[in-house]
Structure formats: structure tokens, C-alpha cells
Write a protein that binds this ligand. Structure first.
Ligand SMILES: C[S@@+](CC[C@H](N)C(=O)[O-])C[C@H]1O[C@@H](n2cnc3c(N)ncnc32)[C@H](O)[C@@H]1O
Length: 449
């Protein structure tokens, strides 16, 4: 039994109390159940109004992220022969920031594209009010994996997600004596009696290895051809299959654009590189890596196994168009063009994060994206972070298609300079997005400086 740090001076959250009661009454729970309750259960992390202020994502960094996605979406729309309405569904869209950025930029793209979009955000988090002023945006509070939620928004022409899959609960496993063990969460002092102690308020939450709760864990690894090394710990997200099924069920023909941090299975499960897995926790922009600590007050996340994502979607009837790094994707979509239109910074209300030993060193950037030395332009650092190697630039962008002939599904070739039937190249479209669609406000996080 390994004890992870669990003590805190703060009182337990309702989420922690519910978890403790459950363990006290029914015994240890699989880590995936713990993670689901800690993030999404009553009083869980994502039910807090401050959720999202502990980590940063592409949309929180710069509106250029959504503006460049709008350029790619314009291209997808034309490949789909310009449906009107063009239904975009964003599961896990949080407080709608990416939706607003995409809709704002799309108004400036040609051929009535902006007017054709009908954009729906589905999130478990009830972030209210952001959709005012965006008549073609809808907000649904619910679980994307629940069948009734998905069907409410079908058919979709594009299912787009940014950092959804890494927030899905995952099992944890460890190889021990040649046997695959699953990691459960228990209470150190629990002795299995129905008493006051059985409400679970005493003793630390601890990690407890046990028999796998489902044979699907072994099957996932063997399907991937992965054998964990002795002592190696890894995460396995079995919900990817439900995500793929929910996504495919939503569309007859269209595209699925999935952006997240993660890697191919062989790399993700490499025992030399990641012997302890990739589970991390974040609180107040600090990586805390103590999942049983501050339950309900911190984000818990694990890198995405993109091999399994790709395979799950293919098994559900999608074909894979491409899987490219975010940095490459955004640069090909016109990051440097859009940089010319970014307006000066209104410094008020920004959170400044250091770029230092723990940050993202500027020398890893291509010359054209070097931060400006002039302080008044240091805000451009945010833009460069979207493509930064070693950071957001290494996120994966997976594009998949359903129900489309290969020539219509080839939606990334225009980023390699191949001409598109609509006659625009990415840069010419990016240049149409004006300063007012790229303005930074207090909802962003300032990096650098
Ligand atoms: C890391 S946040 C990313 C938010 C946003 N996409 C962004 O880029 O800033 C993950 C989001 O996914 C949502 N989420 C996780 N699982 C979900 C599910 N099954 N259905 C709907 N939303 C979900 C969470 O509530 C949270 O808002």
C-alpha cells in the first residue's frame, strides 16, 4: 500500500466527504470512480465557479487559437458543400470561450460562412451567461457521453473538442510480480464496520492495488501490443470508446477535430520515459501531482492515448485524415499572418505567469515567432505560446471524417499548399480577421513578462 499526500488544512469538500462515505460503506473504489467523483460529482472540481483558473488552455491564452480554427472550419464547411446551417458541436466547451472566438472570427470570413454556423457547446459544467450576444450559439449542460444529450444536438457537421479527453476519468494500473494490478482508492484506517468511522472521516485516502475491476484493462493493453514493465504505473481511459460512439452517432457526414495533449500508445506507455504514468494535478497554476490531496479543489488529468482515440473512432465508423502537432497546424493556418493584426495590450486584469526555469524557454521558438523585446509588445508572447514546442505546440490535432469520399475528406492537404476549390489559401483567410476579433481581455491568461 502506498500512501500519497492527503492532508490539508482546509476542511474536506463535499466531493471528498461523498467519496469517503462511499469507500467506508462499500470498500475501495477504482481510481476512475474516484476521479469522476472528484471532478464531476456533487461539489467536485468542475462544479466550482473557479474551475478553469488552475490550468490554461489554448483559448485562454489567445483568441488567435479560435480565429485560426475558424479558418480551418471554413475549409471543412466548403468540403461539406456549405451546409446551412453548419452544425458545430463542442463537447467540453467549458465557458464557451473557444465558441465565442470562433464565432467572432467567422463573421469576417467570406461567402456567408459566419451566418451559416450553428454552434452548440455541451459541458457538464453549468457556466451560464456567456452565450449572450451570440445568437447562433447554444449551451447545453450535460454529459456528452449520455445518449440523450448527444442526440439533442444531432446531426452535427463537425464535432470539435479542445482538452476534453484528458479530463475524462481514467483507470490506473501497475505491473506487479508479472500481474496487472489496478489501483483503487481506500481509507487507511477503514476496518469495514458500520459506525461513525464508517462515514470515512478518519484516516488518509490511500492508493490500494487490487485485482482489475474489468478485463477491458488487460484487453486494451494487449490490443495495443503493450506489456507494462515490472513496477510501471499507467493510466487507461476506457471512456474513449463511449466518446467515439457518442461522436459517430451524432453525424451522417462530417468531421471530428480533436485537440489535446497526449501521444501514440508506444510512446505514452514507454517504461523508460514514463514509468509512473502521466497523471498530474493542478492547483493555482502549479502542478501539484497529489491526486488524493485537496479532493475537489484541484484539476486531475492524464495524457491522452491517441492510438486508442484513433482506433476507437475508426471502430465507430470514422476514418483518420491526419494527426499533426498543434504548432505545425496553427503556423500553416496563418499564425504569422494573424500576428500582424493583433492589437496592443490592455494590461488591466491579466494574470501573469512567469516564463522561467519552469516555463517555456524562448530559444525553443522558431525565429519568426520570437517574443518581442519591447515590453509594450510582450503580450505577443501569448500568441507564440500557442505554437511553442515543449508546450501547447506539441498538443496533437487529430482530424477524422465520417461518410465522406477520400477526396472530400482530405482536409489537411491545403495546409501543404495544395489549392482549395474555394480559391483561398489559409493565410489569405487569416488576413481577413481584424484586430477587433483578436483583442485580449481579462478572461485570458498572460504568459511571460
Ligand atoms: C480541461 S477543461 C477544457 C475546457 C475548454 N475546452 C478549454 O479548452 O478551455 C475540460 C472540460 O470538459 C468538460 N467535460 C469533461 N467530461 C465531459 C463530458 N463527458 N461531457 C461534457 N463535458 C465534459 C469539463 O466540464 C470541462 O469544462
Amino acid at each position: 500500500m502506498a500512501t500519497l499526500p492527503t492532508t490539508t488544512n482546509l476542511p474536506p469538500t463535499p466531493a471528498e466527504r461523498a467519496i469517503r462515505r462511499r469507500i467506508a460503506r462499500h470498500g475501495p473504489i477504482a481510481f476512475t470512480e474516484f476521479m469522476a467523483a472528484a471532478l464531476y460529482g456533487p461539489g467536485g472540481y468542475y462544479t466550482r465557479s473557479t474551475a478553469g483558473s488552475d490550468y490554461y488552455t489554448g483559448p485562454q491564452v489567445h483568441p488567435a487559437f479560435g480565429a485560426l480554427l475558424a479558418v480551418q472550419l471554413f475549409h471543412l464547411w466548403t468540403l461539406l458543400e456549405r451546409p446551412d446551417p453548419f452544425n458545430i458541436l463542442e463537447p467540453g466547451g467549458g465557458d464557451g470561450l473557444l465558441c465565442r472566438d470562433i464565432l467572432t472570427a467567422s463573421r469576417h470570413l467570406p461567402d456567408g460562412f459566419g451566418d451559416a454556423i450553428r454552434y452548440t457547446v455541451i459541458d457538464r459544467r453549468p457556466a451560464a451567461g456567456w452565450e449572450h450576444g451570440f445568437p447562433n450559439a447554444d449551451r447545453v449542460v450535460g454529459d456528452f457521453l449520455a445518449p440523450d444529450q448527444a442526440s439533442a444536438s444531432s446531426p452535427a457537421h463537425c464535432v470539435l473538442s479542445n482538452e476534453l479527453l484528458d479530463a475524462m476519468p481514467a483507470h490506473r494500473v501497475r505491473m506487479d510480480g508479472g500481474n496487472l494490478r489496478e489501483l483503487y482508492v481506500g481509507i487507511e484506517s477503514y476496518v469495514g464496520i458500520e459506525s461513525d468511522v464508517a462515514d470515512g472521516y478518519e484516516g488518509a485516502l490511500v492508493e490500494q492495488p487490487g485485482e482489475p475491476s474489468t478485463p477491458d484493462l488487460e484487453s486494451r493493453l494487449s490490443d495495443l501490443g503493450i506489456t507494462l514493465a515490472e513496477g510501471q504505473t499507467a493510466e487507461i481511459c476506457l471512456l474513449l470508446d463511449a466518446w467515439a460512439a457518442a461522436t459517430a452517432a451524432l453525424m451522417d457526414s462530417g468531421f471530428v477535430l480533436t485537440i489535446d495533449y497526449g501521444r501514440a500508445a508506444a510512446d505514452l506507455y514507454d517504461p523508460a520515459l514514463r514509468p509512473h504514468g502521466t497523471l498530474v494535478t493542478y492547483r493555482a497554476h502549479r502542478q501539484t501531482d497529489a491526486p488524493l490531496h485537496d479532493v475537489g479543489r484541484q484539476d486531475i488529468t492524464a495524457q491522452v492515448d491517441f492510438t486508442s482515440v484513433q482506433r476507437a473512432a475508426e471502430a465507430a465508423g470514422l476514418t483518420t485524415v491526419g494527426n499533426v502537432p498543434q504548432g505545425w497546424f496553427l503556423q500553416r493556418l496563418g499564425l504569422q499572418t494573424i500576428r500582424r493584426n493583433v492589437p496592443p495590450l490592455d494590461a488591466g486584469g491579466w494574470i501573469t505567469l512567469p516564463v522561467g526555469p519552469d516555463g517555456l524557454p524562448p530559444e525553443t521558438l522558431p525565429d519568426a515567432l520570437q517574443p518581442e523585446p519591447d515590453d509594450s509588445r510582450a503580450w505577443r508572447t501569448n500568441l507564440t505560446h500557442l505554437a511553442q514546442p515543449g508546450g501547447l505546440g506539441d498538443f496533437r490535432v487529430l482530424l477524422q471524417a465520417r461518410g465522406l469520399a477520400p477526396e472530400r475528406a482530405a482536409a489537411l492537404s491545403w495546409l501543404d499548399g495544395q489549392s482549395a476549390a474555394h480559391g483561398y489559401n489559409p493565410s489569405s483567410l487569416a488576413a481577413m480577421i481584424p484586430s477587433e476579433a483578436l483583442t485580449l481581455g481579462p478572461e485570458r491568461i498572460r504568459l511571460g513578462g
